[in-house]
Ligand binder design. Structure first.
Ligand code: ADE
Length: 255
């Protein structure tokens, strides 16, 4: 059963792409709609890896291609998020139990956040995929992170003993970087743990095609006025290890 794995930014997927081509000499690359789809085996599992690019449109288009052109039967999105919940700190991992588009507002035709004609605002993530990701992330944080990322690097970002969370992730076509925006989102979407720019779009397409999905995010910033500063350095020095490490465990456990 082929798994599609998407990310929005190069560093989030480069490690996985390199691992696929290093270990599977028959892996291929197909370019469709300005995306490169890497097709092969990863840690013993048939996978298609792709850099989706940022934003909901990019994620939706890529998800449709994964399903229609490559026949993937499950989809996982991996990447970064801004922490919104009071206890989601930089270096934590958030796994979605549901996703919502925080910038979708088709009132007065439909309710706030409701996806037109789908009669829903929230899209539940697949429980089995989500559990598998949780197990992989817990193992990574406990056993791999201390050896894969040097302690001084983690300390530079204030990462001491990162936690794993499961809950609501909201997506929108904007980088959230102000305390006011965070306060407004917390009030509008109680229980929200993290924001990013793609997950709920993938979720909508997966719902429309009947494909199970899961979203796993590393918290790179607190979505406040320091968010723009933290983001690129965290991505390069820390988060790239999370994506590769967690998915390595996730795939190995399925073999
Ligand atoms: N991805 C990582 N941090 C983010 C933020 N603050 N807003 C939106 N997407 C993000």
């Amino acid at each position: 059963m082929t798994l599609g794995i998407l990310a929005a930014i190069h560093d989030e997927v480069d490690g996985l792409v390199a691992a696929m081509h290093h270990r599977d000499s028959r892996a291929t690359v197909q370019t469709i709609g300005m995306r490169e789809y890497h097709v092969g085996q990863l840690h013993g599992q048939p996978c298609v890896l792709v850099l989706a690019r940022m934003g909901k449109v990019a994620a939706s288009a890529t998800t449709v291609t994964l399903i229609r052109e490559f026949g993937v039967k499950e989809i996982v999105f991996t990447g970064l998020a801004g922490g919104i919940g009071p206890d989601t700190h930089v270096g934590d991992v958030v796994i979605a139990d549901r996703t919502i588009q925080h910038d979708l507002d088709a009132r007065p035709f439909f309710g706030r956040h409701e996806v037109p004609l789908l009669e829903r605002a929230e899209f539940p993530a697949d429980p089995a995929l989500t559990r598998e990701l949780e197990t992989a992330a817990a193992g990574f944080l406990r056993l791999d992170l201390p050896t894969e990322v040097p302690r001084p690097v983690l300390e530079r970002f204030g990462v001491a003993s990162p936690s794993l969370h499961r809950g609501m992730i909201a997506s929108g076509d904007q980088f959230i970087g102000s305390p006011d925006a965070v306060a407004e989102l917390r009030e509008r979407l109680p229980g929200l743990l993290a924001v990013e720019m793609e997950g709920a779009a993938v979720a909508q397409v997966c719902h429309e095609f009947g494909v199970p999905y899961a979203v796993m995010r590393t918290v790179s910033d607190r979505a406040d006025d320091t968010a723009h500063v933290d983001f690129p350095a965290f991505l390069k020095d820390v988060a790239s290890h999370y994506s590769s490490g967690i998915l390595r465990r996730f795939l190995a456990a399925r073999a």
